[in-house]
Design a protein around this ligand. Structure first.
Ligand code: PMP
Ligand code: GLN
Length: 380
């Protein structure tokens, strides 16, 4: 049968590849980003209760109203932003679907989308499958800071969207207030949309504040922002998240959403609405993960893997140039098969595969796992 692949360069995602390799070799899996400790019992009990009470039919297309109301309260409390739960919030099947739907709704054939690399691996194929042209802006180790003037030079008459991600996977950097102001200035008076991936909004350390696009009213009018309950509540397998956008953009988003998922599972939405009523459920996360970050760093002391810096997310980058000069994909595979700890090579997040001899390790793990991983890695 003859057909033309819409994604000829795309293979299996690195997360699937490395997790499979870790399982095959019995390695500690610090590659794919997911916690190895349980999600809240109370939250699981709430899901069961709603299932048993019969909340098992289709939810409204945009999500159950009580959950959307809780989210509107949350962004008011955190970012002083007033959003309309009826018209500006849609519950999605994880952030991946929110990102894909936002791109599908606005990116047409030939439209250019600026993405900041290293970039989360779903952005580029989502742009390409919709006929868009990814335009990479490259960040470099060890600081991975955006030079907005340089990024601005990539803007053309065809630029449809800029994608940002803060806190940033894989580098662990966070955008500052001056970054958001620079982005606001860059896009002012244009038709450029901003897609802001904020799945790690609560994983931000050392007293820093998450710079959501919701804090910037001038910028917000052109933004779609995406979030993931999986990241927030330690249950990545539930695949539930949401998108926030001003009503004029959300209307278009929902035109696509209703035909690529229609609606998201009902009992989890009710359970999450109850759970979110206590803000401590998410406000305690920065301390919780900061402690893990520091524990992991301690466990890595004495290793020849050199830590860069982690201001947010549950990923830490390490420079391995003191150990090897082989490409990072080879090094990450050897770490898994020979030394027993699986990692993600950072080059996969660059379109040209460029490698700074840096790998990513996930520290969303129990202290026992982090301790064991540290012991293995200190021997390399
Ligand atoms: N964006 C980033 C930056 C991520 O790291 C992830 C990983 N989960 C996602 C989006 C996707 O989130 P979800 O699992 O809710 O689809
Ligand atoms: N977001 C996770 C990571 O960066 C993985 C998600 C996935 O496996 N698609 O590791």
């Amino acid at each position: 049968m003859q057909f033309t692949s819409k994604l000829p360069h795309v293979g299996t995602t690195i997360f699937t590849v490395m997790s499979a390799l870790a399982n095959e070799h019995g390695a500690i899996n610090l590659s794919q980003g997911f916690p190895n400790f349980p999600s809240s019992d109370r939250l699981s009990d709430l899901v069961c209760q709603y299932m048993k009470k019969g909340y098992n039919q289709y939810a409204p297309m945009a999500g159950v109203p009580v959950l959307r109301e809780q989210l509107a309260d949350k962004v008011q409390r955190l970012y002083c932003a007033t959003i309309n739960p009826d018209t500006e919030i849609t519950i999605t099947a994880g952030a991946t679907q929110a990102l894909f739907t936002a791109i599908a709704a606005f990116v047409s054939s030939g439209d250019e989308v600026i993405l900041i690399e290293p970039a989360y691996d779903s952005y580029r194929p989502s742009i390409e499958v919709n006929g868009g042209v990814p335009v990479p802006y490259k960040l470099s180790a060890p600081d991975y800071r955006v030079d907005w003037a340089a990024l601005g030079r990539l803007v053309t008459a065809h630029t449809r969207m800029i994608i940002i991600n803060t806190p940033h996977n894989p580098t662990g950097t966070v955008l500052k207030a001056e970054d958001l102001k620079a982005l606001e200035n860059l896009t002012a008076g244009t038709d450029i949309l901003v897609l802001s991936d904020e799945v790690y909004e609560h994983l931000i350390y050392d007293g820093q504040q998450h710079q959501s696009v919701l804090r910037y009213p001038g910028l917000w009018e052109r933004c779609l922002a995406t979030y993931s309950f999986g990241k927030t509540f330690h249950n990545t397998g539930w695949k539930i998240g949401y998108c926030l956008a001003p009503a004029h953009l959300m209307e278009e988003f929902r035109k696509v959403h209703q035909f690529n998922v229609f609606s998201v599972n009902t009992p989890m939405q009710y359970a999450l609405a109850d759970y979110l009523a206590d803000p401590e459920t998410y406000l305690s996360l920065d301390d919780f993960f900061q402690q893990k970050r520091d524990f992991f760093l301690d466990a890595m002391k004495g290793s020849r893997l050199q830590p860069l810096r982690c201001e947010g997310t549950y990923f830490y980058l390490f420079d391995y140039s003191a150990i090897s000069d082989e490409p990072d994909t080879k090094f990450a595979k050897r770490m898994t098969t020979e030394w027993g700890v699986a990692a993600i090579p950072v080059s996969v997040f660059y379109s040209n595969g460029s490698s700074d001899k840096v790998i990513r390790l996930c520290f969303a793990k129990t202290e026992e796992t982090l301790e064991r991983a540290g012991a293995l890695l200190r021997k390399i």
